[in-house]
Design a protein around this ligand. Structure first.
Ligand SMILES: [Zn+2]
Length: 84
């Protein structure tokens, strides 16, 4: 009797930036977009845009992206204003 070997290959694809999101994510109102949007941290923005955190700070300093400063001094950027 002939048997067949069946190999199942499962490929899992995951997007790393989603995993660590919950921590500092905040719903906030972006004054520039005038809309209720998700504001994310510099690190998250860097991961999402696939650039360094330094590059995101440059965008903030040159007002290329929208940002808010929280009461504890943390910068959050507007997810809608990130370059795609
Ligand atoms: Zn915005």
């Amino acid at each position: 009797m002939k048997s067949r070997k069946i190999t199942e290959i499962t490929i899992e694809i995951h997007e790393e930036w989603i995993i660590r999101r919950a921590q500092h994510q905040a719903q906030g109102r972006c004054a520039d977009c005038n809309d209720q949007l998700t504001m994310i941290t510099i690190d998250e923005a860097a991961a999402l845009a696939q650039v360094s955190a330094r590059a995101v700070y440059r965008w903030v300093e040159s007002s290329q992206i929208h940002f808010v400063e929280t009461e504890d001094g943390q910068l959050l950027v507007c997810i809608n204003s990130l370059p795609s």
